[in-house]
Write a protein that binds this ligand. Structure first.
Ligand code: 9D3
Length: 243
């Protein structure tokens, strides 16, 4: 696809399982935005770049050990046929060894014109391919997936919702509050009461100032209790410290 000025933000996924896409990205918010041309999704089947008639993409690890390793020559051929190499392009390898994904990095990646996402399968990818093509390694958390594809879906979803025109009401402020390290306050709607449980009185009061204060306090309380890591980081960024 030519990279002209009319090309929307594009995610290009290099994978052995192109049938996994668009998957959840074809539904709901991301799916509607995809249909309306606010972003584009391309898949490249890494197996198409295998050199032999059996279309081999992996081999046993040097040094022994379990599983198989993706060959550097096949992966590099797929990358070289795909990347344009411009400043506005990010070349990423989804990997359990990668830097944990953050909202700050999502924001930066959504501001590029194109992401090229390399999904691994097997035990991993030959280290020389990662180094030679300067792949940035990103993880989506400390748990084990069966491959990079679900991680690519997570990364793309997080970027797409930040693209201009995708979310109905811009919630940039809410995202900034998450980047500043606060969890959300609790939400309530009708009916009230429900199963004998009352909605907090302040939310029915119409006092917008008191509601804002109450929500702020509940957000801070939730962050302190559930995510002491976020809470400490947030306190560190502020002048006051009330524990
Ligand atoms: C015991 C060695 N395993 C590392 C934890 C090997 C291994 C397991 C699973 C290697 C790759 C995978 C597949 N996972 C990903 O490709 C992956 C991933 C993940 O598993 N968790 C969080 N983020 C990511 S991004 C890609």
């Amino acid at each position: 696809m030519p990279d002209g000025p009319g090309t929307p933000w594009t995610a290009t996924v290099l994978t052995l399982f192109p049938e996994m896409f668009p998957g959840p990205l074809g539904a709901s918010l991301a799916g509607k935005a995809l249909e309306s041309g606010l972003w584009a999704l391309e898949c490249v089947d890494i197996r198409d770049f295998a050199g032999d008639k059996h279309r081999t993409v992996d081999d046993a690890p040097f040094g022994g050990g379990p599983g198989m390793v993706m060959r550097p020559d096949v992966l590099a051929a797929a990358i070289d046929a795909t990347v344009a190499g411009g400043e506005d392009e990010a070349l990423i390898h989804l990997s359990p060894r990668g830097a944990p994904l953050t909202q700050a990095r999502v924001r930066e990646l959504s501001a590029r014109r194109r992401l090229v996402l390399v999904c691994g399968r097997f035990e991993g990818v030959d280290e020389r391919a990662i180094q030679a093509r300067e792949l940035e390694e990103i993880s989506v958390g400390d748990y084990v997936l069966s491959g990079g594809e679900p991680a690519a879906v997570v990364l793309i979803d997080a970027c797409v919702r930040l693209l201009p025109g995708v979310v109905g009401a811009p919630d940039g402020l809410a995202d900034e509050s998450f980047e500043a390290g606060l969890l959300e306050y609790p939400h309530y709607t009708r009916p009230n009461p429900w199963e004998g449980r009352e909605v907090p009185e302040v939310l029915l009061s119409g006092h917008h100032e008191r509601i804002r204060t109450w929500r702020r306090e509940r957000a801070e309380e939730a962050t302190r209790r559930r995510r002491p890591d976020l809470w400490r980081r947030r306190r560190g960024a502020e002048a006051v410290d009330d524990g």
